[in-house]
Design a protein around this ligand. Structure first.
Ligand SMILES: [Zn+2]
Length: 142
């Protein structure tokens, strides 16, 4: 068994005047392990969204790491200062229109140009009939 990969380090952190225990740094940001991030000061983007807030142009101030046991992978999450976050802007008619346009574009087939009623796969950009027709021609040519 080797040494700890992320040993405990006392460090200056943006969310406290006093030095806090961290797990060192990762990508230049203080690294925190599960359970040591102060919940009332730091939040992930999704946690901010649940509070109807957003980072508001501020970058993450810390990284949280966890181990995903099923995949044996390490997962990093950006943590933002709740104090720096700003309220989410309400949806306007123009924003709804833009969203509808973007969703419509995802449903249009690249070959027949029709709104096929479902989101076409980004890997092919084709609706199912066009994909099958395309597949037939390649198999005939081969
Ligand atoms: Zn099509």
């Amino acid at each position: 068994m080797g040494r700890r990969q992320y040993p405990w380090v006392m460090a200056d952190v943006p969310w406290s005047d006093a030095q806090q225990f961290t797990r060192g740094t990762h990508l230049g940001l203080p690294l925190l392990s599960w359970g040591i991030a102060p919940r009332h000061l730091l939040a992930t983007r999704r946690q901010l969204r649940a509070m109807n807030r957003r980072p508001g142009g501020h970058g993450p101030v810390a990284l949280l790491y966890l181990r995903h046991n099923a995949s044996k992978r390490k997962v990093f999450a950006n943590l933002y200062l709740i104090a720096e976050s700003v309220p989410c802007l309400p949806m306007t008619p123009a924003k709804w229109t833009a969203l509808a346009k973007a969703n419509l574009a995802r449903r249009i087939c690249g070959t027949c140009g029709k709104d096929v009623g479902y989101v076409v796969p980004t890997s092919t950009g084709l609706c199912w009939p066009c994909f099958e027709a395309d597949d037939d021609t390649t198999s005939l040519a081969a």
